[in-house]
Write a protein of this length. Structure first.
Length: 317
C-alpha cells in the first residue's frame, strides 16, 4: 500500500495534519486566483484578516523585490510549477508549488529559512538603506533649518530697508532690560522721525519717499556699532538701541546722522530732507514702554522747537 492509498483512507487525519502544519501552508484558488480554502498555517500569516474567502492571493503575496521580473506568476497549468513568493506585509519567503485540480489550483508553500550569509547580506542591505534614509533626513533637516532661518529673518526684518523691524527691536530691548543689573552702566535710546515726510510723498511720489527711507537706514547702519541695534520703528520713524552709551554720547551719535542727512541732496528742486530725534537713557526700574515714551517725549520737544534738531528727555516740566 502506497502513501496515496493511506491518505485516501484517512481524510480526517489528513485534515488534522494540514491544520497543524506551522511552516507550510496549503490553499485552494479558483480560476481567477481567488482564495477558496486555506489551512490554519496560512491564516496565521495574516492575523489582521478575518475572512479570506474571495480575496486574490496576489493582494497578500508577491514576488520578492530582488527578483528582476517582479510580476506575479500565472498559477494555472496542468504540470506542477514552483515559485518563490513573499508576504507583502513582512519579509517572509516561501517556496510554493502549484497544481491544477478540478476546482482550480492547489498551492502548498514552505517557509524558506536563509543561511547566515543570506541573513548577513540582508542585514547589510537594510543597514545601507537605513544609512541612506538617515542621510536624506539629515539633509531635509538642514533644508528645514535654512528655510526656518529665512522665515525668521523675514518676520523680524523690514523688507524695504533691511533693518530689524519693531518686533525684533522690542524683543532685544526686553532682553537688554532683563540683563541690566541695578546700578550697572545702562544704555540709551534714540527715536528718529523724518521731518515733513508726508510732503515728500505728496510732492515727489512714493518711490522718492522710499529712497529717502533707504538712505536714512544706510546712515543709521553707517554710524552704528556692532553692539548697537538700529531698527525701523514704523512709517518714517526709526529707533536705535545703544548699549553702554551715555545720554551725551547718544546725542553725539544722533547729531552726526542729522548733520549728514541735512547736507545730502536726495531730492530735486533743492528740497532738503531733515530729521528730528529724541534721546533718553535707561534708569532702573523702567519698562520698555516707559523708555520709549520718554524718547517720544523728547522727540515731540524737538518737533515743537523747530525740527531738524536733537532733544534730550528731561523729567523736569
Amino acid at each position: 500500500m502506497n502513501l496515496s492509498h493511506l491518505i485516501q483512507g484517512e481524510p480526517r487525519a489528513l485534515k488534522i495534519l494540514l491544520d497543524t502544519l506551522q511552516n507550510t501552508f496549503l490553499v485552494c484558488l479558483d480560476a481567477q486566483g481567488r482564495l477558496l480554502a486555506w489551512n490554519r498555517a496560512f491564516a496565521g500569516l495574516f492575523p489582521f484578516i478575518v475572512d479570506f474567502k474571495g480575496r486574490p492571493l496576489k493582494d497578500l503575496m508577491g514576488v520578492p523585490s530582488e527578483e528582476k521580473e517582479a510580476v506575479f506568476p500565472e498559477l494555472q497549468g496542468t504540470e506542477p510549477q514552483t515559485h518563490v513568493l513573499c508576504l507583502k506585509h513582512a519579509r517572509h519567503h516561501f517556496r510554493c508549488v502549484t497544481l491544477a485540480v478540478a476546482c482550480g489550483t492547489l498551492m502548498i508553500g514552505e517557509r524558506l529559512h536563509y543561511s547566515e550569509d543570506q541573513v548577513f547580506n540582508t542585514l547589510s542591505q537594510l543597514t545601507n538603506e537605513m544609512a541612506s534614509v538617515h542621510m536624506k533626513l539629515v539633509q531635509k533637516h538642514r533644508e528645514l533649518q535654512v528655510a526656518y532661518g529665512k522665515i525668521e529673518h523675514i518676520s523680524r526684518t523690514d523688507p524695504l530697508t533691511d533693518l530689524p523691524n519693531r518686533r525684533s527691536f522690542m524683543d532685544r530691548l526686553e532682553d537688554m532690560l532683563l540683563a541690566t543689573a541695578p546700578g550697572a552702566e545702562g544704555f540709551s535710546l534714540v527715536l528718529f522721525d523724518l521731518d515733513h515726510f508726508k510732503q515728500i510723498n505728496d510732492l515727489f511720489g512714493h518711490d522718492a519717499g522710499d529712497q529717502v527711507l533707504c538712505r536714512f537706514a544706510e546712515l543709521l547702519k553707517k554710524y552704528s556699532r556692532k553692539s548697537d541695534l538700529p531698527a525701523r520703528f514704523g512709517g518714517e520713524e526709526f529707533i536705535a538701541l545703544l548699549p553702554d552709551t551715555t545720554i551725551k554720547e547718544a546725542w553725539v551719535f544722533a547729531e552726526r546722522i542729522r548733520r549728514e542727512l541735512a547736507a545730502s541732496r536726495l531730492l530735486k528742486d533743492k528740497h532738503r530732507v531733515t530729521v528730528s530725534a529724541g534721546v533718553c537713557g535707561y534708569a532702573n526700574p523702567l519698562s520698555r514702554e516707559e523708555l520709549i515714551k520718554q524718547a517720544d517725549m523728547a522727540l515731540y520737544d524737538a518737533k515743537n522747537t523747530g525740527r531738524n534738531r536733537i532733544s534730550i528727555y528731561s523729567s523736569r516740566p
